[in-house]
Each structure stands twice: as structure tokens, then as C-alpha cells.
Ligand binder design. Structure first.
Ligand code: PEP
Ligand code: MN
Length: 337
């Protein structure tokens, strides 16, 4: 349940209610808004009698929360969460663009891409060092060497780095190089990994599983939040449907819906969402128009030679044109890019 305090409730009253909830064996999540404080109660499995709580000084009313996600829910935390990543706010007015190759392939490939996306106005460099490939015979990524190259590109360009971590044991290593830890679609329900990134001191980009519902995505976020990491960014990257002309079906309605249900920032991946470079620009525009807080886009200097996902990768010049075409869309919905 959530406890809505009266406007002007004193800090002593808030502390009293908090202490009472903790005595009952529940955890408390405080959300102090401009007008009033909301106390989120994370239960211990036993039903809670709300009547005595409603009689406490400063309490206006209690509201039961029927949804299974709590910390991720808008009810618990009515204001938008802005995730700060080394000075870059994600979830504020600025639309944040993450761009780079699907996989880090070589120093030249990465640095050329990093310089180009920086020049075009991206904020974060993406690139997989550990790649979750469908086939064990496909390029699996450069591993730690790839992480070192990402760090070098960050050093040179000032871009932040987002990169995927696929197993709990690798979280400490990836954390030493990455500004944002990416949990990929295939690992969205890898609970050991969610636990590990939940304990990491880094923001987490959580991608929607290709066969996952919105509620399952929010429950996965709940795992990370409940392990103490409150910097979670959600990512819609398309789901599997009967449609074959696109790689996945990008669920554009997930953007406003997630923002309704949750306070967490939401970004969109139009590259994996469509699988076709020609669709990346229009779908990016749609995502920003629908309220996305950011985009993650694959860019490669030579898509025809890419070791993964060439068909959905933009050349740097196309990426720069895309950035230009996004600016008026962002402005039309009160955002900046
Ligand atoms: C990626 O972003 O590199 C990736 C593998 O995406 P997803 O997990 O969404 O398939
Ligand atoms: Mn890819």
C-alpha cells in the first residue's frame, strides 16, 4: 500500500508513521514531493491492517497497491526519476542519444564511429564487448579488449559508455569500464544477473525481453531496484510477433504506457526494434514524439562489413541527418536534443 500524508504533515509525523511500518516488519520507500509526502510500504507477505495507520497524525489516507511492482511504480514515486550518469541526466527535458556499433570490432572502427556520433550530438557511446549471439559460430565480441577500447574512446571524445554485461561474474569487470551497464533482451529475466547489477554502483539499462510483457519488464526492474540500485533505465527494443518484414515489432505504445505505470526513464532502440536501417529514422522520430527519454541507435562506418547487425546500422552521415531531423520533433513535444 501507499500512505498519503496530509499536505503540511510534519517530519515528526512522517518519522512516526515510518517507524510504525518498520515495526510491522515492512520496508518503507519515502517519496517527498513538493506538495506532500508519500510513504510506500513494501509488505512482508502478510496483509496489513490500514485502519490504525489511517488514524495516525498527519496521515490523509492509504491506498492499496494491487500491482506486483512497487519500487518501479508511479504510485510509489509520482515524480519522474532522472537518472544521473556522470553529469548527464536521463529522464529530464533532454532527449539522450546513445549511438555506436552493435559490437566493438577494432580500434579504428570504434574510434571512427565514436568521433562521428559525438560530432553529430550523441551523448553516450554504445558498443558490445561481450555479445549475446544466436549462433555460437558468430563473432562473440572482443571481451575485455573491447572494454578497453570503449574506455579509450570515452577518453578521447568525452562520450559516456554503455555496454552489455551478460553474466553476474563479469559485473565487477564491466563496471570498471562502463558508465551504464546494459542488460540485454535475452537476459531480462536472468535473476542472478539482475541481482548482481542491483548491487553495482552503476546505472542499468534494462532492455525488454523479446517475448516479455510490460509487467514482466517492470518486475525485472523491480529486482534491480529491490537490491538497492535506484538508477534503472527501461528500454523498449521490439517484441516478437508474426510479422517478418521487420526483425521485431517495436511496441511504440510501451513508451507512454511505461511512463504511466512507472517513474523510470524509458528509451527506445529502433535498430533492434526494426532490424532495417531504412526504418530507424522514422521510428526514432515516432519514439521521441511518443515521449521517449532517449534512443539507442546502431551506427557503423561500413555496415556491409559489420560483424553483427550491419543491416540495421546507420552510416555516420545518415546518423547525423537523423539527429537533425529529430530536433524539431523533440521541440514539438517540449524536449531538447
Ligand atoms: C544490443 O543492444 O547490442 C543487443 C544485443 O540488443 P538486444 O539485447 O535488445 O537484442
Ligand atoms: Mn546489435
Amino acid at each position: 500500500m501507499i500512505i498519503i500524508m496530509k499536505q503540511g504533515a510534519t517530519s515528526a509525523q512522517i518519522a512516526n508513521v515510518t517507524a510504525r511500518i518498520e515495526q510491522l516488519g515492512c520496508r518503507v520507500h519515502l517519496s517527498e514531493g513538493e506538495e506532500r509526502t508519500i510513504i510506500g510500504v513494501i509488505g512482508n507477505g502478510r496483509p496489513l491492517d490500514c485502519e490504525p495507520i489511517e488514524r495516525m497524525a498527519g496521515v490523509e489516507r492509504t491506498v492499496p497497491i494491487l500491482r506486483p511492482f512497487k519500487l518501479a511504480s508511479r504510485e510509489f514515486h509520482p515524480q519522474d526519476t532522472v537518472v544521473m550518469v556522470n553529469g548527464v541526466p536521463i529522464g529530464g527535458r533532454q532527449v539522450v542519444v546513445m549511438a555506436g556499433p552493435c559490437a566493438v570490432e577494432s580500434r579504428d572502427q570504434l574510434l571512427e564511429t565514436a568521433r562521428a556520433v559525438k560530432e553529430a550530438g550523441a551523448h553516450v557511446l554504445r558498443g558490445g564487448a561481450f555479445k549475446p549471439r544466436t549462433s555460437p559460430y558468430s563473432f562473440q565480441g572482443l571481451g575485455e579488449e573491447g572494454l578497453r577500447l570503449l574506455a579509450e574512446a570515452r577518453e578521447e571524445t568525452g562520450l559516456l559508455v554503455v555496454t552489455e554485461v551478460m553474466e553476474p561474474q563479469l559485473v565487477p569487470l564491466v563496471t570498471t569500464y562502463a558508465d551504464i551497464l546494459q542488460v540485454g533482451a535475452r537476459n531480462m529475466q536472468n535473476y542472478a544477473l539482475l541481482h548482481a547489477v542491483g548491487e553495482a554502483q552503476r546505472p542499468v539499462l534494462l532492455k525488454r525481453g523479446m517475448m516479455s510483457t510490460i509487467e514482466e519488464l517492470l518486475m525485472a526492474a523491480e529486482y534491480i531496484l529491490s537490491h538497492g540500485n535506484d538508477r534503472v533505465i527501461l528500454c523498449e527494443r521490439g517484441i516478437r510477433t508474426f510479422e517478418h518484414y521487420t526483425r521485431n515489432t517495436l511496441d511504440i505504445s510501451a513508451v507512454p504506457l511505461l511512463k504511466q505505470l512507472s517513474h523510470l526513464p524509458v528509451i527506445v532502440d529502433p535498430s533492434h526494434g526494426t532490424g532495417k536501417w531504412e526504418l530507424v529514422e522514422p521510428v526514432s522520430r515516432a519514439a521521441v514524439a511518443a515521449g521517449a527519454d532517449g534512443l539507442i541507435i546502431e551506427v557503423h562506418p561500413h555496415p556491409d562489413k559489420a560483424l553483427s547487425d550491419g543491416a540495421q546500422s546507420l552510416k555516420p552521415a545518415r546518423f547525423a541527418a537523423l539527429m537533425q531531423s529529430l530536433r524539431p520533433v523533440a521541440a514539438a513535444v517540449g524536449r531538447v536534443l
